[in-house]
Design a protein around this ligand. Structure first.
Ligand SMILES: [Zn+2]
Length: 156
């Protein structure tokens, strides 16, 4: 599998834009924390961190800010320990590559397989639906004829 197709980069670019656009409107985020998040993002962007990571950091920092209900610079170590243990319960860890994914992710942001059974089941259902559509089509005499003539033409 290709590590990061162009489409994915655009996809993450949109997700980053979406994550950032929530920042100013999220009333739960304290003004100072909002500023800190933006500064931090500028810093990691300058450091060349990938867009998926930027998206994740925005998500995690917003989450931490909301869980804390406190300004980042006033945060104590015990505060962080509480937050991290609580956050860890909600994070979805990919079974294949151990990547930490945000709870809103259905697919691993790194290696792509579904993160939970529900998504996997949905995919499976979609797949079997496609198969039965193909079966129905092949039962159709007209489709069969077209296919056969196509195959004959190709064999020539
Ligand atoms: Zn993974």
């Amino acid at each position: 599998m290709i590590a990061q197709p162009i489409d994915d980069i655009h996809h993450y670019g949109r997700r980053l834009a979406a994550a950032l656009s929530i920042l100013p409107g999220d009333k739960r985020i304290l003004e100072k924390n909002r500023k800190n998040i933006k500064q931090f993002l500028e810093y990691i962007r300058a450091e060349g961190l990938s867009i998926p990571r930027q998206v994740r950091y925005v998500y995690v920092l917003r989450k931490i800010s909301n869980l804390l209900g406190k300004e980042f610079y006033r945060t104590t170590k015990p505060d962080m320990i509480t937050i991290v243990s609580e956050h860890r319960l909600r994070i979805k860890t990919c079974l294949r590559c151990q990547e930490s994914n945000s709870p809103t992710n259905s697919f691993c942001s790194r290696c792509r397989p579904p993160l939970d059974m529900r998504t996997a089941m949905q995919l499976h259902e979609e797949e079997s639906k496609t198969h039965s559509v193909m079966d129905d089509l092949l039962e159709d005499p007209e489709v069969k004829e077209v296919l056969l003539s196509k195959l004959k033409a190709m064999a020539r």
